[in-house]
Design a protein around this ligand. Sequence first.
Ligand SMILES: Nc1ncnc2c1ncn2[C@@H]1O[C@H](COP(=O)(O)OP(=O)(O)O)[C@@H](O)[C@H]1O
Ligand SMILES: NC(=O)OP(=O)(O)O
Length: 316
Amino acid sequence: MENATKLVIALGGNALQSGKGPATAEAQLQVVKKTCEHIAEISCRGYEIAVVHGNGPQVGRILQAYETAKEVTPVMPFDVCGAMSQGYIGYHIQQGLKYALNLRNKNIPVVTLATQMIVDEADPAFQKPSKPIGQFYSEEEAKNLEKEKGYVMKEDAGRGWRRVVPSPLPKKIVEIDAVKKLWDSTVVITCGGGGIPVIENDTGLLEGVAAVIDKDFAAELLAEQVKADCLMILTEVEKVAINFNTPRQENLSQMTLEDASKYIEEGQFAPGSMLPKVQAAMKFVRANPSKKAIITSLDKSLEALEGKTGTIITFA
Ligand SMILES: Nc1ncnc2c1ncn2[C@@H]1O[C@H](COP(=O)(O)OP(=O)(O)O)[C@@H](O)[C@H]1O
Ligand SMILES: NC(=O)OP(=O)(O)O
């Protein structure tokens, strides 16, 4: 459609799971189904959508399963675990979204594209693990895992301790031409988990690497490449806050690039969780000064697009 508003939606890996009970596939599917009701509603309002999703909790659990079962089956490398997470999360979104679209009599195909993302082999992130994956642990459990398994563990935004792994910046979406070709006719689920991290060797061959790319940065790159009108990052909180989790918490409805830079200098946004979302939003509006980025919760996505809630990030 010529005049449709193009929207890239990024769904958080944590936000795709139910906070209560064990992180089963069934529990994730229930959350995904609810999320898809909102995405379908947005699609019915005339937006053209691509969906990017996180995979931190999921890829961490896949890795953990292989490491636990290493006596009986070969451990799959990180990139393959990332591809697996793209597959099963995309499959859940396909199921939920197709059903929600059908209920609304909107007959549009939904597909998941296994998507590779080229990263720079020399990215300093490979020497400095920062991306939280897998489940949350107590501090004591985390210290034991550091000793026993050699994991790097970090506290994650006041929620507990998690394993952290390298997270290089996304440089090039290998399958971008396919995304562009599909855009007009199809809801594409792409760059899942930030994309499968690959490096390109001298002969042009792609090789998977051990990393988990931040899906917010991947969604931003996608939004630039497809010339999206808006980048919407959906997570567990309705608004970005300053003094988060303190009695002085203040939720923000709007943030300019200048405000955001000041808050980052003050250390207001937790690295590995809210910081990359704000940085991705900033990058998008810096490249597209007339456009906007939104950070909000899954259930408030439509209201946020209508300007009623969420944190809207603008150039000025
Ligand atoms: N300044 C902040 N404002 C709001 N939330 C914050 C802030 N700093 C950290 N957070 C936390 O970051 C979380 C989002 O990060 P995360 O759970 O890693 O994202 P994702 O949904 O992509 O998995 C929020 O749910 C909140 O708990
Ligand atoms: N890959 C990624 O960014 O995952 P999360 O959204 O779970 O952090």
